[in-house]
Design a protein around this ligand. Structure first.
Ligand SMILES: [Zn+2]
Ligand SMILES: [Zn+2]
Length: 300
């Protein structure tokens, strides 16, 4: 057997699971609602955190945090002169340089998180060219589901792009967001983050470590790794799939809300599998996506 270790980003224990949206627009750019109304709408939906991310413009949470119980995280959508990149944990607007590597470098230098947006957006399904995504270094993740694209050209789902990246060892975490522009865009897709406390710092730390999943409606309770076996417990999945590298191969499908999968001892295991991630499907096509669990050679 090839000696491997599965790197599970999730923790067992007493963490909170906090629900949030990191992509929303207001009247400060091309959204239709004032920031106060957007914040109130997410609070009304029971969200724990929200980032308002207007185009190349920072709406500081300072003016609004005192009036809401939802945790506001500062953000910007870097938009002009190239494919869009979310800047989460923003302290200031990053210059939208046509060289997107410079944008990501500037975001990282300021302590923020960079997320590549809606890869399959637009009529050519190619808002974010694959080769460009593969060449960029330092982004924390990619939008695997962007709710706004449901009512625009292209595909809201980008798990195809994600598997291509992961198979080339571009370790990006997968995000679900609303990209809200109008009131009806709310609660299409979100993330749920494991965090010790309900604070912006703890949420951002959980995101950076991949302790979260993306969802359009399915709830995950736990992801456990025991040696070579991965087990997932969900609240309401009806079908669970285990997907690995070598281009997004479905290794197992289980019709249940709990499932396990054990890494087989195949030739060239690390080359062929590289990672396992889990897709959970529920009622009416709702879904949840775990982060990839990497496989690495164990020492000794
Ligand atoms: Zn965008
Ligand atoms: Zn947007």
């Amino acid at each position: 057997m090839v000696p491997i270790v599965l790197q599970n980003p999730y923790r067992s224990g007493n963490d909170l699971w906090l629900k949030g949206n990191l992509h929303a627009h207001t009247t400060r750019s091309d959204g239709t609602s004032e920031p106060e109304a957007v914040i109130a709408a997410y609070e009304g939906q029971g969200y724990d955190f929200l980032a308002i991310t207007d185009h190349d413009l920072l709406v500081s949470p300072d003016a609004y945090q005192g009036q809401t119980s939802i945790v506001l995280i500062p953000g910007v959508e870097v938009s002009a002169r190239g494919p869009h990149i979310l800047h989460i944990g923003a302290k200031a607007v990053i210059e939208p340089d046509a060289d997107r590597q410079r944008v990501i470098d500037a975001i990282n230098a300021s302590g923020g998180l960079a997320i590549l947006n809606h890869p399959n957006f637009e009529r050519h399904f190619n808002h974010f060219p694959q080769e460009l995504m593969e060449s960029l270094e330092g982004a924390v993740g990619v939008e695997v589901y962007n709710g706004l694209v449901e009512r625009y050209s292209g595909a809201a789902l980008a798990s195809d792009r994600w598997d291509r990246l992961l198979s080339k060892e571009k370790w990006l975490w997968g995000f679900g967001t609303d990209d809200l522009h109008r009131p009806e865009d709310i609660a299409v897709a979100w993330i749920v983050v494991q965090a010790e406390t309900r604070t912006a710092d703890a949420i951002l730390d959980g995101i950076r470590r991949g302790r979260f999943y993306a969802s359009t409606g399915v709830t995950i309770n736990e992801v456990i790794v025991n040696e070579r076996t991965v087990t997932i417990h969900t609240e309401d999945a009806q079908r669970i799939r285990f997907i690995t590298g070598w281009g997004g191969v479905i290794r197992s499908t289980v019709k249940d809300r709990t499932a396990s999968w054990t890494v087989p001892d195949v030739p060239d295991l690390l080359e062929r599998l590289k990672y396992v991630r889990i897709e959970c499907y529920g009622e009416g096509g709702l879904a949840a996506w775990t982060q990839p669990i990497r496989m690495v050679l164990s020492e000794g």
